[in-house]
Ligand binder design. Structure first.
Ligand code: DGL
Length: 266
């Protein structure tokens, strides 16, 4: 039986999901969170479906052992596999990343929308389909950005390589007159400022993390599983490079007291 005192699990291929944990932590201050980043095997974006399915199943089994009430799949590459297909025998609730389709359509004047995501996510066409399902006349330009995740995981903030990659991908949007961009990889909010600066003030950049956190809250409310009292704890687990992971966690969540643990996935 699930109960409100159980923790919430949050997972990603690496540090990206910390951008979602940040919103969840603010929206749900009394909840205990266990974050799991598979830093030993990141990035997932260039991998095959079978492989990422096996990896996410290992992470979900880890959360079975941790006796969580909800898992937030804070990774678009895993969300596009279909959250229902991941749920299987697991008892906890499961929620994936919001595709942000209504958010981008509401923000876009010209209905000329860009999507930045991993090769895997872009390959499924999931975000384009979600936007077109609401507005068939919208124009959607999906761009795979394979250079971003290794640079972010490698803490290359402010480096010439990162600047070049930002210019390479944002130029593709500029030539097509895109006026709204959705960040459909949870790593990209780490470099949201750089992307915004490169695109200029006329382009709105949207991060669907907050909408994802709201969806998580709705699931807990519907199931009467919201923990309302006390100060929640935050535990962050990585499968490799604990020191690097904790530096990136402090960068994304500077005011949050976290404990860190290196774990092995079976
Ligand atoms: N942060 C992930 C996402 O939202 C995955 C990035 C990767 O491992 O390639 O897609």
């Amino acid at each position: 039986m699930l109960n409100e005192n159980m923790p919430i699990g949050v997972l990603d291929s690496g540090v990206g999901g910390l951008s979602v944990l940040k919103c969840l932590r603010t929206m749900l201050p009394s909840e205990d969170f266990i974050y799991l980043g598979d830093t030993a095997r990141t990035p997932y974006g260039p991998r095959k479906e079978e492989e990422v399915r096996a990896f996410v199943e290992q992470m979900l089994c880890f959360f079975d052992e941790q006796r969580v009430k909800l898992v937030v799949v804070a990774c678009n590459t895993l969300t596009v596999l279909g959250v229902d297909t991941l749920k299987k025998k697991h008892k906890f609730h499961l929620v994936g990343m919001s595709k942000g389709a209504s958010l981008v359509l509401a923000a876009s004047k010209k209905k000329n929308i860009g999507v930045f995501a991993t090769e895997f996510t872009i390959g499924t066409g999931a975000h384009k389909k979600a936007v077109l399902a609401i507005d068939a006349k919208a124009s959607v330009l999906p761009i795979a950005c394979p250079k971003f995740v290794p640079l972010i995981e490698g803490e290359k903030f402010g480096s010439p390589e990162l600047n070049e990659a930002v210019i390479e991908y944002t130029d593709k949007l500029k030539t097509k007159g895109v006026d709204t961009l959705i960040l459909s990889c949870t790593h990209y909010p780490f470099i949201k400022n750089e992307i915004e600066n490169a695109l200029g003030k006329d382009v709105v950049v949207i991060d669907p993390a907050e909408e994802t956190a709201r969806n998580a809250l709705k699931i807990l409310e519907t199931a009467s599983l919201v923990k309302k009292n006390g100060e929640g704890k935050t535990k962050i687990c990585f499968t490799a490079d604990l020191e690097r992971g904790s530096r990136l966690a402090n960068y994304m969540l500077p005011h949050i007291k976290c404990t860190f643990e290196l774990i092995n996935l079976k």
